[in-house]
Design a protein around this ligand. Structure first.
Ligand SMILES: Nc1ncnc2c1ncn2[C@@H]1O[C@H](COP(=O)(O)OP(=O)(O)O)[C@@H](O)[C@H]1O
Ligand SMILES: [Mg+2]
Length: 413
């Protein structure tokens, strides 16, 4: 009966017995197989023959302390076979006592857990690697994030700088174009002055003859007053030009008509001279919000271009049409059309680009329409587009009316 138990245990486990000093007195086949030693080598040898150098001495101390205290010792033990290979065994060491209760020998029963241990160790290793990888990944993500944030800040900084530079450039261009148009304006002043100059000339001549022929002082006084009025209106013309060139950056509410009148007052005589008829149509009392001078400049640019287009045209109708309307109460629509033949088809796409001009360099700067669009877009948040109509060029300006609508009269209903 007992032998059957022993056989059962020995056939399925690694079994050894030692005396009280740890000298091997018995090993089964399994022990020989796993340790790589023959039975002859093992019997009579110290059990520590399979001891692995990695295992700390304190483990053995604990083992001996336990079994010498007549208690069972259980542990997973790392051993070394004859050929140096490591194997792991789950070990139970039981002290066998004699009738007096003294230790007679020790029986060690083990089973092989090398596979599991190796797997577990590999798993732990992988987990450690994974952890390390994770850590370095986190670190790298942190670094990348930091780099990206720095890049972002740097880019924002650049964008801010570029915007500032651009605004400066646009301001410069605005001035450049104003001074450029100042050249054209001088020609307009000459036109504005031509008629009063002739008038003044005549009046002064009359004054001279009246004085020479001793006419009555009343007549002389009248002629003198007339001269002063003409000179007054001439200096008013200069005033008008000056006020247009003053750097007026103040935003205000103004009627499109006012802006149009300002522009026309500067070129009316030139238009007259070139026999161009002005047609103003539609709702000229629309109220806009912005810098009045800037819209005046847009009108001037458009009128100047039309006048220059008429220079090349000797026959046919000669008119400049300005039409005001509203688009669903949300937009002011300003149409400026001429009958001067239109914009060359291949130029139509480019006319709003800075420095694009089909004129000789003495006549055109190519800044007029560029500036006009800049003003309409930036200052009025609107749009300007160019087309060719049947008779000539057609410009459509659309400006949002927002809340700067003129107050409605009660009888509007
Ligand atoms: N009313 C127009 N009729 C025909 N062509 C025009 C008209 N307005 C503008 N253009 C064309 O657009 C170009 C650009 O106009 P603009 O920007 O004012 O520059 P510039 O007048 O100095 O040439 C002109 O050179 C001309 O070819
Ligand atoms: Mg122009």
């Amino acid at each position: 009966m007992l032998q059957q138990y022993i056989d059962a245990i020995e056939s399925s486990n690694i079994v050894s017995r030692t005396d009280i000093h740890g000298i091997i007195t018995f090993v089964n086949d399994e022990f020989c197989k796993i340790s790589g030693y023959s039975r002859e080598e093992l019997i009579g040898a110290d059990h520590n023959i399979v001891r692995h150098p990695d295992v700390p001495a304190s483990n053995f101390k604990r083992l001996w302390k336990t079994i010498l205290a007549k208690q069972t010792y259980k542990a997973t033990v790392k051993n070394r076979a004859k050929d140096g290979k490591t194997f792991y065994v789950n070990t139970t060491i039981v002290p066998i006592l004699d009738e007096e209760g003294e230790i007679r020998e020790f029986v060690a029963i083990r089973y092989d857990v090398t596979k599991e241990m190796e797997l577990r160790m590999r798993l732990e290793e992988k987990e450690k690697e994974l952890e390390a990888l994770n850590r370095s990944l986190e670190e790298r993500v942190r670094q990348q994030t930091r780099k990206l944030q720095e890049l972002n800040r740097w880019l924002e900084e650049r964008v801010r700088e570029e915007i500032a530079k651009n605004e400066e450039k646009q301001q410069m261009l605005l001035w450049q174009s104003r001074f450029a148009s100042m050249g054209q304006m001088t020609a307009n002043i000459a036109h504005q002055w031509r008629q009063p100059l002739t008038e003044l000339n005549l009046t002064l001549f009359n004054l001279k003859t009246s004085v020479e022929s001793g006419e009555d002082p009343q007549k002389i006084q009248t002629l003198y007053n007339q001269s002063r009025r003409i000179i007054g209106s001439m200096s008013q013309t200069i005033e008008d030009f000056m006020s247009f060139f003053r750097p007026d950056r103040a935003t205000s509410t103004f009627s499109v008509e006012q802006s149009l009148e300002d522009a026309l007052s500067l070129v009316s005589k030139a238009l007259e001279k070139k026999e161009i008829e002005i047609r103003i149509e539609g709702d000229r009392e629309m109220i806009l919000q912005g810098i009045p001078n800037e819209l005046t400049q847009v009108f001037l640019n458009l009128f100047q271009n039309a006048m220059e287009a008429f220079d090349d045209k000797t026959e046919g109708e000669r008119w400049l049409r300005i039409h005001f309307s509203r688009d669903q109460e949300t937009f002011a629509v300003i149409v400026v059309e001429d009958s001067a033949g239109g914009i060359p088809e291949m130029a139509l796409e480019k006319i709003f680009e800075p420095y694009f001009s089909t004129k000789s360099s003495s006549q055109g700067t190519g800044l007029g329409l560029f500036m006009s669009r800049l003003i309409i877009q930036k200052s009025f948040r609107g749009s300007i587009r160019a087309f060719n109509s049947l008779k000539g060029a057609l410009f459509i300006i659309k400006i949002p009316l927002n809340d700067a609508k003129e107050p409605k009269e009660p009888d509007d209903v």
